[in-house]
Design a protein around this ligand. Structure first.
Ligand code: GAL
Ligand code: ZN
Length: 673
């Protein structure tokens, strides 16, 4: 992850340079008779579909009994699709092992933290370390790849689906011990790292070490953190084993798997080196007014994982999902905006779950590109319209995005700071990330999301909202970044080592001397919070602090704002280092104060708001990719604005000048002329 834009090395960019933006979705033809396949292909072409993901859940069909193979149906499906010019993203079907596997080999099924072995009858019922599961998964991946490596329809491979399984079984416990041996070498190292001297947890033999299973009270934070790392690593092994099986069978196409955005179950920053294409599943809730900003943030994470180059929106919903309590459909405008927002933030395609609505099964009430009611429907018309939009945006394929601003976030910090046993359980690093991101998103800045270990040298502004857990390497990196850019720290940052243990004072670790201040105490705030008042002229920092604050003790730092009220009356709230581009905000603040704070920092970094031909209401969300400016109206009423100079409407080709109205939840894409 670096602010570079090496689209040349991006396998997806190579694919889309030939095919344009990718459009389509999951296609599960095994649910339908063969006559439907031709009709599907024909309708796909009419909708502008050029890529479908096939075989995600096809294992029990391909291997109806242990060791048997039935590829005939898949041969025909791929041939039909190819005949119609539709490319295939072919999946290893390993996310849903066949019932015969689950029944004959119970050890392939996962065990919960409470010791319950889960059953088949849904999906994802596998233990990530099961030798039998892994072996059978490799075999099916190998045979699949051997058969279709040279099939002209196949342009991409898709390993498994949404990796995220966790298992606490005895097999996983044994594997966990091996993993820990590599990390700590001996038991002494493990006892030291986990701080087992507390609560008499000292281990005297490896056999005593188990995953953090159901226990009477708070688990050891080190065990918990390492088990999450371990789980992420085991899932990554599943991915790499199947990837290597595909390659070993002679397939040369790029290989990917679909992430789930900010999903806590795996750390994607440790995975990306193994993927040819970064892809993501995105299901913003149409009922959530915050959905647009959350989606934009997640898309920026994906683009950052792809080093600024294109990534792929592998799944989204064209309308309602069926797995929330109450599932609002998307309006046609919402659907279009959700899709175009991904393109604006660097995706080279829009794929949906799924092409044809399932008549049976758990997701029969999930929306689909081809609804139960058929083609003469609101949803399908919107699907065809989006196909046309994406064709119009084809010149954007492969276009990278360079950001001068990075938000720092990492999974271990998120894991640690969302466990029990903390000063507060209300300080979620992801929510803080979002709070710091929001003003940047409103102003239309391009923002990367990177870890403290990334190459930070190209960024003018680095923001660490709640980077709680920091490695030594990250600390060195952050420290040297203060020379090349502006660094701002939020509360509860640079507190813990990679095991979650509090680093030696003064905090923030490794930066307190540069800052000219230290954090003395963590202070969750009562319901009234505290007021925040600017000290001296110029910063405009005033507002409300809530949830969490820090007692800061300056020794040389300039105090930019102080607290009024609570126990922190008169204490510094915002600091600037003497003679260094380092700032510290010691509280969670309201949205307006956050906007002032971010404005102060972009100013200090010399980053003027991105230029835009649009004046007037700030209610519009903007994002720039190449020479295209995307305007979104996240609100529920139309917004009218005025163009400062004429532009081309990139979707219709029409010239636009003067007043421009963006419909409620809608989008307009302009091209500078
Ligand atoms: C995804 C999954 C798909 C489908 C979809 C429904 O998480 O990968 O297979 O279940 O959700 O929204
Ligand atoms: Zn297991």
């Amino acid at each position: 992850m670096a602010p570079s834009t090496r689209a040349g090395g991006n396998a997806l960019a190579r694919l889309t340079s030939v095919r344009g933006l990718l459009y389509g979705g999951d296609y599960a033809p095994e649910q339908w008779p063969a006559e439907t396949w031709r009709e599907d292909a024909q309708l796909m072409v009419a909708a502008g579909v050029n890529l479908v993901t096939v075989n995600v859940f096809g294992w029990s069909r391909i291997e109806p009994a242990e060791g048997e193979r039935d590829f005939a149906w898949l041969d025909e499906v791929l041939d039909v699709l190819h005949e119609w010019g539709i490319a295939v993203d072919l999946a290893t079907p390993t996310a849903s092992p066949p019932p015969w596997l689950a029944s004959r080999y119970p050890e392939t099924r996962p065990v919960t933290a409470d010791g319950v072995r889960l059953w088949h009858g849904s999906r994802n019922h596998f233990c990530p370390t099961s030798v039998v599961y892994r072996d059978r998964a490799r075999r099916i991946a190998t045979d699949l790849a051997a058969r279709y490596a040279d099939h002209p329809a196949v342009v991409l491979w898709h390993v498994g689906n949404e990796f995220g399984q966790v298992c606490w079984c005895d097999g996983c416990a044994a594997r966990f011990r091996t993993w820990l041996t590599t990390r700590y070498r001996d038991l002494e190292g493990l006892n030291e790292a986990w701080g087992t001297a507390f609560w008499g947890q000292r281990y005297s033999s490896w056999e005593q070490v188990v995953p953090p299973r159901a226990a009477p009270y708070l688990p050891n934070p080190g065990t918990d953190l390492d088990f999450r790392r371990f789980t992420s690593d085991m899932l990554l092994q599943l991915y790499t084993e199947q990837r290597d099986a595909i390659r070993g069978a002679g397939a040369a196409q790029p290989i990917t798997t679909n992430f789930m955005g900010f999903f806590p179950g795996l750390d994607p920053t440790t995975w990306v080196g193994e993927l040819d294409v970064v892809s993501d599943d995105s299901y913003p809730d149409p009922a959530d007014p915050e959905a647009p900003v959350r989606a934009a943030l997640t898309h920026d994470l994906m683009r950052s994982l792809a080093d600024g180059g294109p990534w792929l929106l592998m799944e989204q919903a064209v309308s309602a999902v069926n797995w929330r309590e109450h599932n609002l459909p998307k309006t046609a405008e919402q659907m279009r905006s959700d899709a175009l927002r991904a393109i604006a933030h660097g995706s080279d395609g829009v794929l949906s779950f799924q092409w044809r609505a399932s008549a049976s099964g758990a997701e029969r009430f999930h929306s689909a590109m081809l609804p139960h009611a058929g083609t003469d429907t609101r949803v399908h018309r919107a699907v065809r319209a989006l196909g046309a939009d994406l064709r119009a945006l084809a010149p954007l394929a492969g276009t990278p995005i360079t950001a001068r601003i990075a938000l720092l976030f990492d999974w271990p910090s998120w894991w640690t700071a969302t466990r029990r046993g903390l000063p507060t359980s209300r300080l979620d690093p992801l929510e803080q990330l979002l709070a710091w991101y929001r003003p940047l998103w409103r102003a239309g800045y391009a923002v990367d999301i990177v870890t403290g270990e990334a190459d930070l040298t190209g960024y003018a502004l680095l923001l660490a909202p709640t980077l709680h857990t920091v490695t030594d390497r990250a600390l060195t990196n952050l420290r040297s970044a203060v020379g090349t850019g502006v660094l701002a720290l939020g509360p509860f940052t640079a507190v813990a080592d990679p095991n979650g243990a509090v680093r030696p004072a003064p905090l923030p670790a490794g930066l307190a001397d540069l800052l000219g201040a230290q954090v003395e105490e963590w202070c969750p705030l009562g319901p009234d919070g505290a007021r925040l008042t600017a000290r001296g002229a110029g910063t405009g920092l005033r507002g409300h602090a809530h949830t969490f604050a820090e007692r800061l003790r300056p020794h040389g730092a300039t105090v930019l704002a102080t607290f009024t009220g609570a126990d922190l009356d008169g204490c510094p709230a915002v600091l600037r280092a003497p003679g260094a581009d380092l700032f510290h905000l010691g509280a969670v603040v309201d949205e307006e104060t956050m906007t002032t704070w971010i404005g102060l920092l972009t100013g200090a970094a010399g980053l003027a708001p991105p230029e835009s031909p649009v004046t007037g209401p700030a209610a519009l969300e903007t994002a720039r990719r190449g020479d295209h400016l995307f305007l979104f109206n996240p609100g529920s009423t139309p917004v009218t604005t005025t163009l400062t100079h004429p532009c081309t409407d990139a979707l219709t080709g029409a010239e636009r000048a003067g007043e421009l109205t963006v419909p409620a939840a809608g989008a307009v894409v302009l091209k500078e002329t």
